[in-house]
Design a protein. Sequence first.
Length: 324
Amino acid sequence: MKPSVILYKALPEDLQKRLESHFTVTQVKDLSPDTVAQHADAFSRAVGLLGSSEKVDAALLEKMPALRATSTISVGYDNFDVDALNARHVFLMHTPYALTETVADTLMALILSSARRVVEVAERVKAGEWTKSIGPDWFGVDVHGKTLGIVGMGRIGLALAQRAHFGFNMPILYNARRHHSEAEERFNARYCELDTLLQEADYVCLILPLTDETYHLIGKDAFAKMKPSAIFINAGRGPVVDEKALIEALQNGEIHAAGLDVFEQEPLPVDSPLLQLPNVVALPHIGSATHETRYNMAATAVDNLINALEGKVEKNCVNPQIKG
Ligand code: GLV
């Protein structure tokens, strides 16, 4: 008999078949307590768990005593209780390499659309407001040659620096836990303290995972340090920013505009004040959301689960140390 796994995200047909060739698959719509209760038997037997965007915590793990590996179709894993997984010796697999370039493209899209007011002016055209040659009330600000501040110089930060340096001739400042020689040598990026970056950058771009250390890293004080002309971009995780402070900074003109792909609460509530601000580009967490990249992430996640259940955790594993 094949081992059992729970799948909580729809997969492309060929990947579903690949998964089914290895496992008995129970597909569920989510990991809510109701769903778990409804499929209690399958959850109690499952050795693997595959999907994305749902919370995997100690309470869920209680219901899955046979679980040996979880595989998320994402690079971020802040929705997993890693300590609880470690305590139960459950591997956590993710997809760190599949989405780098696509998320860097999304960041460039946020920078360009916020600076040039692409969404706002396109809406005005649709509303029939383009009735004569445009004047300064339609103008944006330049991107090329402006200073880009990157907070978090990981794989995605590096791919953004490459685009900004070669494509847009932007001087690059960065702040990270350690110096990044590749960014410095290839893209002339300059390491600086966070405060210096906030004060000097024209574009402050956040690409950080959510951890205890990064929660609300950017708040009232940080916005006060930015230039009034600064454009703030976040495509990492929403709670790294104190959203209330961001809204106040935008409303009070402490910063010029924001391009956001992530929010403290997702989906973003329709009554969020962010949606009332013309100088905000708000996207529905599309960082990696292209057909090609989402396929590659799902394929990686399927392979990750197969590998982890065979004890192969040299690649893409968050907690290989539990192998012992
Ligand atoms: C997207 O946000 C991811 O973590 O892959």
